[in-house]
Design a binder for this molecule. Structure first.
Ligand SMILES: Nc1ncnc2c1ncn2[C@@H]1O[C@H](COP(=O)(O)OP(=O)(O)OP(=O)(O)O)[C@@H](O)[C@H]1O
Length: 475
């Protein structure tokens, strides 16, 4: 059948040591040709089956084309080929969203898989050290699938046995540059599988207008702005504490004001009280009338207000003990949100040592015991170092806006956050592009989410004050 079979050449290879004392002759075991053919055929069929499972639409189109050609001739097949793009174009013009969801993103994913990822996979894996070249063979992580949406490619990868997530997280720079993306984020899909997110553009590059004030009084998650996939971002403030860190001009104010804005109806209904501590007097003072008597700027007044919050917390703890383990906001026991702008003014830069200790102790008490009884803290600060904010680990949910140094990212979000793609030190310092943009790491999810808070302008705040201050039950 075959004039020459695999092994025929090898059998004739003979090597010797220099003095020819020892002769090496490879032992060649002959495999019957039929076995080789069966193996090749089974591989061919398995490959075809894989092709059908992975690309059902492309295979169906090819099969339809073949069937039409066979049954009706090549002219009809050509007409069909011309008909499909025009049908697709009409669909895209009539209903862009459904066309993109069902066809557009899949085609793009197919193209990017072949042209970007498959083409560069082997060199990027070997050069970055994620693949191995051993004894003439390449051992590469498997590219499982590529999915696209409006702003990013999501590449699912099966790691090599024995690899750890940190091996990948440490090489996000290699991966981003290797595949021509501005950044790369690593998330765990399941044991042994990762999803690499490669953004194609920045969907958060444009400022967002303030979110409309909700119609109903709700103490659930507050809509703050937008995620990268265009969905609204809602931040839970009841039942947790939130720390917001960002350099000067990073847009901390938009997070504080968006939170207040989302809670206004609940404040009016008496289900929420916002207690404002504004040591810089530049942020919350603008809407001071919204907080009524629960506003403090002077450090001594701030300490008193915090002590009052601790008293409320302890009184509730005494009352709830043995009866209930979580808090439901009511008019009698509203959710108390203590907002602190530039908390470092009170905890680190305060020259009066006694006052500083009193404030730190009150904040530590609130953040350790407050959430079960409906007292939460949301604090903003510029410098996240431990010397400045030694209780930062007591905040379960953290937000890193633009930071000056890469090491600060893990200080705010926790270990490994930057390696997983929370590049808060790369956020643009240009306010239009980067103010309000940040990475959120929640207690319940280790993967940082990139979000932009809507911009609550001075005009918006004035309107909020005009509409809600006089009629607020909390005032
Ligand atoms: N979400 C946003 N979208 C677009 N622009 C914003 C946003 N938030 C803030 N800005 C712009 O950035 C500027 C700085 O914002 P802001 O004062 O809130 O920063 P900050 O982090 O509180 O700074 P500082 O700590 O110095 O007070 C604002 O004047 C505004 O022009």
């Amino acid at each position: 059948m075959f004039r020459k079979l695999p092994g025929d050449e090898t059998r004739n290879l003979v090597s010797t040591t220099p003095d020819t004392a020892v002769v090496f002759r490879p032992a060649v075991v002959k495999t019957p040709a039929i076995v080789t053919i069966v193996i090749w055929l089974s591989r061919l069929f398995a490959g075809l089956a894989r092709l059908v499972v992975r690309h059902p639409v492309a295979v169906a189109l090819l099969v339809a084309f073949g069937v039409v050609w066979t049954l009706y001739g090549w002219r009809q097949a050509l007409v069909l080929t011309g008909f499909l793009p025009s049908a697709g174009l009409s669909w895209a013009l009539l209903d862009r969203a459904s066309f993109l969801r069902l066809i557009g993103w899949r085609l793009l994913a197919f193209w990017r898989r072949v042209w970007i990822y498959r083409r560069h996979w082997q060199p990027v894996m070997i050069v970055s050290g994620l693949g191995r070249h051993l004894q003439g063979r390449d051992y590469l992580p498997r590219l499982v699938c590529v999915e696209c949406d409006g702003w990013a490619d999501r590449v699912t990868v099966r790691m090599l046995s024995g690899q750890a997530v940190t091996d990948w997280a440490n090489r996000t720079d290699h991966l981003a540059h290797g595949f021509g993306s501005p950044s790369c984020r690593v998330t765990v899909a399941k044991a042994g599988r990762l999803v690499l997110t490669f953004p194609r553009r920045d969907p958060l590059a444009e400022p967002l207008p303030a979110v409309p004030i909700p119609e109903t009084a709700d103490v659930g998650a507050v809509e703050i702005g937008q995620c990268e996939d265009g969905t609204p971002y809602r931040l839970k403030v009841h039942g947790t504490h939130v720390l917001i860190a960002g350099a000067t001009g990073a847009g901390k104010g938009s997070w504080l004001w968006s939170t207040i804005r989302g809670l206004l109806p609940a404040m009016r209904a008496g289900l929420v009280q916002v207690w404002a501590l504004d040591p810089k007097r530049m942020e919350l003072s603008f809407g001071r009338a919204l907080f009524g008597a629960r506003y403090a700027a002077d450090p001594k007044e701030c300490a008193d207000l915090l002590d009052d919050a601790v008293s409320v917390m302890q009184e509730r703890a005494d009352r709830f003990a043995g009866l209930q383990r979580s808090h439901t906001p009511t008019v009698a026991d509203p959710f108390v949100l203590v907002l602190v702008d530039e908390v470092a003014f009170l905890t680190a830069y305060q020259s009066d040592k006694q006052l500083r200790q009193r404030i730190t102790a009150a904040l530590a008490t609130l953040t350790t015991q407050g959430r079960a009884v409906g007292v939460g803290v949301m604090a903003a600060l510029q410098d996240p170092r431990k010397e400045v904010m030694n209780i930062r680990n007591l905040f379960p949910d953290k937000i890193a806006l633009r930071l000056d140094e890469s090491e600060q990212v893990d200080m705010v979000l926790g270990d490994g956050a930057r390696d997983r793609g929370a590049l808060a030190d790369h956020i643009s310092p240009v306010p239009e592009r980067g103010a309000g943009v940040g990475y959120v790491r929640l207690e319940t999810s280790p993967d940082p989410v990139r979000v932009r808070a809507a911009y609550v302008s001075d005009v918006d705040i004035r309107e909020m004050v005009a509409e809600y201050s006089g009629r607020s039950e909390v005032a």
